[in-house]
Design a protein around this ligand. Structure first.
Ligand SMILES: [Zn+2]
Ligand SMILES: [Zn+2]
Length: 262
């Protein structure tokens, strides 16, 4: 990394951190114990939710390829490999394995929402940073990955909708959650290989409304191989809608990377 780009990145990183800590303090103070959700250290009066150290280590602190999620030396859209085929952009503030993973899993599996606004704010800050650098364009609307009605009844909520709702509030962008439906109650994707994942999701979604927007952000909690979001993105792209993917974290699963089909 050149001296200049290192400086720019560290400025951006510091700004991201300030934004997240400031917002977190404003929203979470009073609703959480005065301890870091990750390391349980006492928080000072300017911190809320997570301490500075956990934020610093938990969020991306180097440029990341918007295709495959690899860390890079320079702030570019894509790494050399992704540059050739320019995959859909996946925007996340951190890697699932960097520290916040358990809090993201807790949203989905335990309905524990303590970290949700703060992680959404980290994602918003990341999008703002990329937009400033000319590496992405803000979408016109936010669309959550839908849950099948059976699963929704079981779980009681769709975590992707909760995240999309929070993002739409923070960015003042419309949340569009009708029109895109999940037709099949597919089995969980975890544990399936690339081909099985694609087969599992074949014809699982339908876009049945006229869509008034040209650029959307499709939101999920975590993106691993991207098979689910790719399946939905194809439906939008067939109608000439540009899709970027937003998630709270990317989970790079060893052994599944060859199945990336974004
Ligand atoms: Zn901490
Ligand atoms: Zn890449």
């Amino acid at each position: 990394m050149s001296g200049d780009s290192k400086w720019i990145w560290s400025q951006q990183g510091a700004k991201l951190l300030r934004l997240v800590s400031h917002w977190g303090h404003r929203c979470l103070v009073g609703s959480l114990p005065n301890r870091c959700l990750l390391c349980h250290q006492s928080l000072n009066s300017t911190e809320a939710g997570f301490c500075q150290v956990c934020l610093q280590t938990g969020l991306y602190h180097s440029p990341i390829c918007l295709g495959c999620g690899k860390s890079m030396q320079l702030e570019l859209e894509y790494c050399g490999q992704c540059q050739k085929h320019q995959p859909r952009k996946v925007i996340a503030p951190c890697s699932y394995h960097q520290g916040f993973g358990p809090w993201i899993a807790a949203i989905k599996y335990q309905g524990q929402l303590a970290a949700l606004p703060l992680l959404c704010q980290a994602l918003v800050a990341r999008v703002g940073q990329l937009e400033q650098q000319g590496l992405t364009t803000l979408p016109q609307a936010i669309v959550p990955v839908p849950l099948h009605p059976n699963r929704l009844r079981q779980r009681g909520f769709n975590q992707a909708w909760l995240i999309a709702h929070e993002l739409s509030k923070q960015l003042s962008l419309p949340l569009i959650s009708d029109g895109l439906v999940r037709l099949q109650d597919t089995r969980p994707q975890a544990g399936l290989n690339g081909a099985q994942r694609r087969r599992n999701l074949q014809d699982a979604f339908e876009l049945n409304a006229d869509f008034a927007y040209q650029r959307i952000a499709l939101v999920d909690d975590v993106v691993t191989t991207g098979t689910t979001v790719a399946e939905i993105a194809r439906l939008f792209e067939a109608r000439y809608v540009h899709v970027q993917i937003w998630c709270l974290a990317r989970a790079e699963a060893p052994g599944l990377l060859e199945a990336i089909d974004l």
